[in-house]
Design a protein around this ligand. Structure first.
Ligand SMILES: Cc1cc2nc3c(=O)[nH]c(=O)nc-3n(C[C@H](O)[C@H](O)[C@H](O)COP(=O)(O)O)c2cc1C
Length: 224
């Protein structure tokens, strides 16, 4: 698969087959992705890769806190989008499309809650990668580097027939990850990636997220 095909083919996968992902494959993905660029080659990232019972414990821990009404407590600022902004509009468009595909009517609170839970369950993927950084680093600096890493992980996963979903939801309850994944307080938990073999019959996987044309967001200078 060439680079352009991979970039265009990658999409967020929110339904997975239960087939386990071999550890060697996950290792290869992380090794390839470690070639992602970082500022001054600082590589300000670490990961834990979860599967099996540990992942199940984390899923249950997350869902328990979610359903108890515990407020999410992410360790980096997860952007909130101003109500009237184009950003909020894009978010709403995505949610509408997912709810339509999943046959979740706006007023069906129970179905909506179940759907929300899925994110906190890593979409029931057979594995999840949790990325974190060291608290001795600035709060925002490593985010750019980890951004490059997560896209590289997702693209590399395609090579192995795997799908991914980058998720803030998976790191909203750091206490759960600290308990079951042994991530020490000295580390700042940033983001999760659900990973596994896509279930193409799962309706939400038919989502086609839109992009605005680059002419709307790009200024060209000095070309003519
Ligand atoms: C930093 C980041 C956090 C995200 N968090 C979530 C999440 O918590 N739940 C979710 O369903 N998708 C999440 N996504 C996936 C985005 O919704 C998705 O990338 C976007 O809608 C574009 O769709 P695509 O990935 O299918 O191209 C996240 C993506 C990024 C980059």
């Amino acid at each position: 698969m060439d680079v352009i095909e991979a970039v265009k083919k990658r999409k967020s996968i929110r339904g997975y087959k239960s087939d386990p992902v071999p550890k060697e494959v996950l290792e290869q993905i992380l090794e390839v992705a470690s070639h992602a660029p970082s500022a001054m080659n600082t590589q300000p990232w670490e990961s834990v890769v979860l599967t099996g019972e540990v992942l199940e414990n984390v899923r249950q821990g997350n869902v328990k806190l979610l359903n108890s009404g515990t407020l999410p407590n992410p360790e980096h600022v997860v952007t909130s989008w101003p109500r009237e902004s184009i950003y909020r509009q894009r978010q709403v468009n995505l949610a509408k499309q997912l709810f339509r595909l999943m046959d979740i009517p706006r007023e069906d609170k129970e179905k909506r809650a179940k759907w929300l839970e899925r994110g906190f369950r890593y979409f029931d993927a057979p594995a999840a990668i949790i990325l974190f950084t060291d608290r001795c680093l600035s709060e925002s600096g490593p985010l750019l580097d980890i951004g490059a890493l997560i896209q590289t992980i997702c693209l590399t996963a395609l090579h192995f027939g795997l799908g991914t979903c980058i998720e803030d939801q998976g790191t909203m309850y750091p206490a759960v990850l600290r308990e079951y994944a042994n991530i020490p307080e000295s580390k700042r938990i940033i983001v999760a990636i659900a990973i596994g073999y896509p279930d193409w019959d799962f309706p939400a996987n038919k989502v086609e997220s839109e992009r605005d044309p680059i002419r709307d967001v790009t200024t060209w200078l000095g070309f003519d």
